[in-house]
Structures are given as C-alpha cells and as structure tokens.
Design a protein around this ligand. Structure first.
Ligand code: DX5
Ligand code: ZN
Length: 235
C-alpha cells in the first residue's frame, strides 16, 4: 500500500510557478517556497508567439538558479524551442519541457534536451490528444498535461484534464515508463486531490502559492494536506 502523499511509493511533488511571484523580490520569494517545502521551482518561459504573453527566458532562469538549490522545472511556451535548449541548459535548468504543438520533431528534441544534460518533458495543451506523445512516451522524463490554455496564471482549472490525466497515467504505465506526470493550471487545494487521484505526480501551482492570503508556508501545507487526503491511506 502506498504511503500517504505518494503514488506507488513516489512522493508527490509541488512545483510553485514563479509567474505569480513578486518579481521585485524574486530571490526572496524563491527562498520562501524552498523553506515551505516545495520540491521544484516552475519557471514559465513565454515568447509572445506560441502564447500571446511574454515573460522571461534563460536570464531569469539563471537568476532563480542562483537563489535556490531546488531543481528548475523550465516550462517553455515558445516556438522553435530547439533554439533555446543550450541556453536553458547553461542557465541551470534541471528539466526542460517543450510543447508538442511547438515542434514537428519532438523525438529529436527530447533527445537533444537529454544530450544537453537536462531531463526532458513534453507538454500538451487542452485540445491536444495524448496520441501526440504516444510513440515517444518511453523516452520522456516528464509528461505535462495542461489544465488551462497556457499563457496566463490565475485561470480556472479545466475538468477535462482529469480524464486526460487518467489516460496519460495508463499510457505511461503501459510504456513501462517512470516519467513524472505533471499538471499545470488552476491547481489549488480544491483541485489538487483529484489530480493526484487521477495519477499526477507533480502539481504546478502559481496563484495558489504566491498569491495565497494565508502566506506561502500555509499555502504549501494546504496543498500537502490535499495531496495526503487524496492518496491511498496506509491500513
Ligand atoms: C500558464 C503557466 C502556469 C501558470 C499556472 O501558462 O504554464 O504554470 O503559472 O498558474 P496558476 O497556478 O495560477 O493557474
Ligand atoms: Zn507552466
């Protein structure tokens, strides 16, 4: 029986997204999530083309890296992601996730990301079927199921993500793949439990952590409690 807060013995990870952080105090905010027990720092790179919004790239990722020992989980919402692989590796990203919709050559790019020394993830938008990654599932270190249309934080969780997470879980298990299954968008203490029950192993949360009125430590604890309540309980 899996322990509380884990799936098949694996601890469920919390990856706060700095998109909702106060950028005037970024180093301090990143240190606060580490002190609160977050597992990864989720960094949302947006280029104004793949998504309408424009955020940041390798320079900010490198600044985050200098502020914390936590792994950098880089979510690249950019066109032509191949042009930035080396820069994100040099910035210190542990994991680079690119979008299935952004490349016709996902298999090659996944291996290029690994060759650059990072773990490789692929993200799929709400309208994208899991078939887009079926044939490379075994090559992945992470599969990201978007539970919003990417571009902004603070959006409402799309319920379609739950059956999609269950299908993704079956796909990864059938491929014998131990990749992380990440969910991103509208994740808070009310939606986290259903995501874990559906098979997610990494929860991204921006607004629910950085904009929580109760403060960052209480917000992370509230997510942990939701995770523990959703996971199978020991007998
Ligand atoms: C949106 C980003 C998300 C975003 C999530 O495109 O990929 O990581 O920060 O924000 P919340 O948790 O506020 O929905
Ligand atoms: Zn993201």
């Amino acid at each position: 029986m899996a322990a509380s807060g884990s799936r098949a013995g694996r601890t469920i990870k919390i990856a706060p997204s700095i998109l909702a952080a106060d950028f005037a105090r970024l180093g301090e905010q990143v240190q606060a999530i580490a002190a609160a027990g977050a597992d990864w720092v989720h960094v949302d790179a947006m280029d104004g083309q793949f998504v309408p919004n424009l955020t940041f790239g390798p320079l900010i990722a490198a600044a985050v890296k200098r502020s914390t020992p936590l792994p950098i989980d880089l979510h690249a919402m950019i066109v032509e992601p191949e042009r930035q692989i080396r820069a994100f590796a040099d910035a210190g990203a542990s994991l680079l996730t690119i979008h299935a919709e952004a490349s016709a050559h996902l298999h090659r790019l996944v291996h290029d990301i690994k060759a650059a020394g990072m773990r490789a993830g692929v993200a799929i938008n709400p309208a994208t079927p899991l078939d887009a990654v079926k044939w490379i599932a075994a090559d992945l270190d992470l599969l990201l199921v978007m539970s919003i249309n990417p571009g902004w934080g603070g959006q409402k969780f799309l319920p379609l993500a739950l059956p999609k997470l269950r299908e993704a879980r079956r796909l990864l298990d059938a491929a014998g793949c131990s990749a992380e299954l990440e969910v991103d968008g509208g994740v808070d203490h009310e939606t986290a439990g259903a995501c874990v029950a559906a098979g997610a192993t990494v929860l991204v949360a921006g607004t629910a952590v950085f904009a929580a009125p109760e403060g960052i430590p209480a917000a992370v604890q509230r997510l942990r409690d939701a995770i523990a309540a959703a996971a199978p309980q020991p007998l």
